[in-house]
Design a protein around this ligand. Structure first.
Ligand SMILES: [Zn+2]
Length: 151
């Protein structure tokens, strides 16, 4: 069994805030990421698919096919954008790394034909990383594999 990973880096602005809270309360909850004017991050996005090697091709999946799907479905829509305003599939959520990883999974999974999506990881360049393993319960051995995932 193989875990095949494809990573991209994008730059985007966001603001973490709960609409019902004051600026002070949002700062207490989200720190600098609650800055009322927003701020930017350089994000790393890693998509991992799980599978066996096809003996005919020697691959689980073609890296470039996965790259093209990530570029079309996510990268082109988030790079150099304001995540709170410009990205339709991020509307209505607080764009934390966790929420972004879950939404990216939901956007990508229908397009990964023939691949079993294993994880979607979103990291901010300061070393803060969130990995989403999908909506289903996860076996302990898969949790260990995910813990070994790093950007
Ligand atoms: Zn931030």
């Amino acid at each position: 069994m193989f875990l095949v990973k494809v990573s991209v880096t994008f730059s985007a602005a966001h603001r973490l805030c709960q609409p019902g809270l004051s600026d002070e309360e949002n700062f207490a909850l989200y720190g600098k990421c609650s800055n009322p004017s927003g701020h930017g991050h350089n994000y790393d996005l890693e998509v991992a698919v799980l599978g066996e090697v096809d003996p005919a091709t020697g691959m689980v999946a073609n890296f470039y096919d996965i790259q093209r799907i990530i570029d079309r479905e996510v990268f082109d829509k988030v790079d150099h954008k304001n995540l709170n305003v410009d990205v339709d599939f991020l509307q209505g959520i607080v764009p934390t790394a966790e929420n972004m990883a879950r939404r990216f999974w939901e956007v990508l999974e229908p397009h990964l034909n023939g691949c079993r999506l294993f994880s979607v990881t979103v990291g901010e360049r300061n070393g803060n990383v969130a990995t989403y393993l999908g909506p289903r319960p996860v076996a302990p051995e898969l949790l260990l594999a995910a813990a070994a995932t790093r950007l």
